[in-house]
Ligand binder design. Structure first.
Ligand code: UDB
Ligand code: ZN
Length: 184
């Protein structure tokens, strides 16, 4: 099973690389990697297992974070209405997005970043996304709220971008445009 020691941390060069596209249908090895990432999120959200192994409760994990520079990530999150969004994405893309932005009022963190970095991270409020699942079947979804934020945070990892790259250096909590606050 994957543990916190398997997650590379800020400063590791892989986190700054643009990850490679994955062939479709996915190879057995890539399917196994995705399964282990899904298992990590499930374990990390289980109070007993996360305590036993010292896991941070994760809502998303991108392959580069386990030092695999491939365009794959998993997300496992419940939105404000209690709807679950459990997806494994291969070669994910945003095909369209709103002009309107949103942000988490408590800012963002990252499983690969051990310190807390204050500030708002503005993201597209609504996105339409496309990609492939573990079976190589196409996924097309419309996301908003927390699931949309998680998707964009994970997609950034595939492009070598960290959440704090988006934070205004001079004034971390400055809202330069109208945006929807999301409480978490
Ligand atoms: C997380 N969890 O998993 F909005 F119910 C973070 C950590 C780094 C604090 C563990 C998190 O934000 N949980 C959360 C957020 C909500 C509502 C809720 C739980 N990640 C995943 C990560 O680092 N992936 O690369 C960071 C998140 C920050 C915004 C989206 C992903
Ligand atoms: Zn992250």
């Amino acid at each position: 099973m994957l543990l916190m020691k398997d997650i590379i941390r800020d400063g590791h060069p892989t986190l700054r690389k643009v990850a490679k596209e994955v062939s479709i249908p996915p190879a057995a090895e890539d399917i196994e990697i995705l399964k282990s990432m899904e298992e990590f999120l499930i374990n990390s959200q289980d109070p007993k297992i996360s305590e036993k192994y010292g896991l941070r409760a994760g809502v998303g994990l991108a392959a580069p974070q386990i030092n695999v520079s491939k365009r794959m990530f998993v997300m496992r999150v419940t939105d404000e209405k209690g709807q679950e969004f459990n997806y494994s994405f291969i070669n994910p893309k945003i095909i369209s997005h709103s002009v309107e932005k949103s942000y988490l009022t408590s800012g963002e963190g990252c499983l690969s970043v051990d310190r807390s970095i204050p500030g708002y991270v503005l993201r597209h409020a609504r996105i339409t996304v496309r990609g492939y699942d573990k079976k190589g079947e196409e996924i097309k979804l419309r996301l908003r709220g927390i699931p949309a934020i998680v998707f964009q945070h994970e997609l950034d990892h595939l492009n070598g971008v960290m959440f704090y790259d988006h934070i205004n250096q001079e004034n971390p909590f400055q809202l330069t445009e109208k945006a929807i606050p999301i409480e978490n």
